[in-house]
Design a protein around this ligand. Structure first.
Ligand code: KG4
Ligand code: ZN
Length: 347
């Protein structure tokens, strides 16, 4: 499936409204993202009802703008792909119902995309040499998992978090330090001015035999360090980031004991935009003789190009979905994965 194939992608599962046109030749013809950061900032987090309303207002003009940018129309597309879950259900419904309407009006196949699969396949959009199977560290605001990616739609989950996701830990640390929302990029920025060894912080589950994650204890320790008044904020940010990185590297090294025959270590999801995290993972990959692949920074956080690309990957396999397909608030990549003790809805 080459340059001639064009898919429209739509993303609306959290607080970014996004649309993109991507070709089977891995070219992003046009893409636009409307962030709702300003609308949610006063509340220190995403308010689902505000998000759903904003998606409903912004999505149609955004799609129109993407077509205008590309000098194309719906008739030029081969399929319409939209996030159908997991995520905030009101927003997901706005995107999915819009995609259904376009698919019906243009007589195009509808492709319902798992948002997590969008992240999981996003590194293949930027890297034509990335072949299956690969090991994926998926680190976003709602998820922290290690997966073996066997192929499109084929995932084996090796580890997950038993409490907070990594992006959530960054966001909570940002809140404790009085930084704005979303916190990840701000913690990263402040950390560059701090000493990663200044604050003694725990590394939860370090050395544990199973490769699962836990970040709740780390967050509590950050809160205690901040309340003690003993440490500079930049030192807390840097020490938190270092503790989180140590946890990821340790958990991956345990996972690698049970993983074989993979071509690369791949990172995806919002936290993959963190340069310190990327640098540490590059070393982990090198020590296991693997290639390291990360999407370009702008494709790490939520976007529609990755949804369009996942649509292309599925279209290539002949997939399309019925117009009555439902939006799903929860949709694990590996439905057969065993529940982990202590894990909540994020499993
Ligand atoms: O994938 P994403 O955009 O949305 C979800 O599907 O959750 O991930 C958002 C998460 C947020 O928790 C955000 O703070 C975090 O990714 N994030 C970062 C960075 N950029 C985004 N965390 C650490 N460093 C960053 N540079
Ligand atoms: Zn995401």
């Amino acid at each position: 499936m080459g340059e001639a194939t064009v898919v429209l992608g739509i993303e609306s599962s959290c607080d970014e409204t996004a649309a993109a046109l991507v070709t089977g030749g891995r070219r992003i013809i046009a893409q636009r993202i409307a962030s709702q950061e300003a609308a949610h900032a006063p509340y220190g987090g995403v308010v689902p009802e505000i998000a759903a309303r904003a998606h409903a207002e912004k999505l149609a003009p955004l799609i129109e703008a993407v077509f205008a940018d590309a000098g194309m129309a719906l008739g030029d597309c081969d399929a319409v792909a939209a996030t159908a879950g997991p995520g905030l259900i009101g927003g997901v419904m706005v995107g999915l119902v819009t995609a259904k309407a376009l698919a019906m009006a243009g007589d195009k196949p509808l492709i319902a995309i798992n948002h997590l699969e969008g992240h999981a396949l996003s590194p293949r959009l930027g890297d034509p040499d990335l072949e299956f199977p690969y090991v994926l560290l998926l680190v976003s605001g709602g998820h922290c998992q290690i997966l073996r990616v066997e192929g499109v739609g084929r995932y084996t989950r090796l580890a997950t978090t038993i409490d907070d996701a990594l992006g959530e830990a960054f966001d909570k640390t940002a809140k404790i330090l009085g930084l704005g929302y979303p916190g990840g990029p701000q913690v990263e920025k402040l950390a560059t001015q701090g000493d990663p060894a200044a604050v003694p912080l725990p590394r939860p589950l370090l050395g544990s035999r199973e490769p699962h994650f836990s970040f709740a204890g780390l967050k509590s320790a950050v809160l205690r360090a901040a309340e003690s008044g003993e440490y500079a904020r930049a030192d807390i940010a840097a020490s938190f980031q270092q503790a989180a990185i140590d946890c990821i590297c340790d958990r991956l090294s345990v996972a690698f004991e049970i993983i074989d025959e993979v071509s690369a270590l791949v990172v995806a999801g919002g936290v993959a935009a963190n340069r310190a995290v990327r640098g540490a993972l590059e070393q982990v990959a090198a020590s296991h003789g693997l290639r390291f692949v990360a999407p370009p920074l702008e494709l790490c956080t939520d976007n529609a190009a990755m949804i369009a690309w996942a649509g292309i990957e599925r279209l290539r396999l002949g997939a399309s979905d019925p117009l009555d397909i439902a939006a799903r608030p929860r949709w694990p990549l590996d439905p057969d994965a065993e529940p982990v003790r202590g894990a909540g809805y994020k499993a």
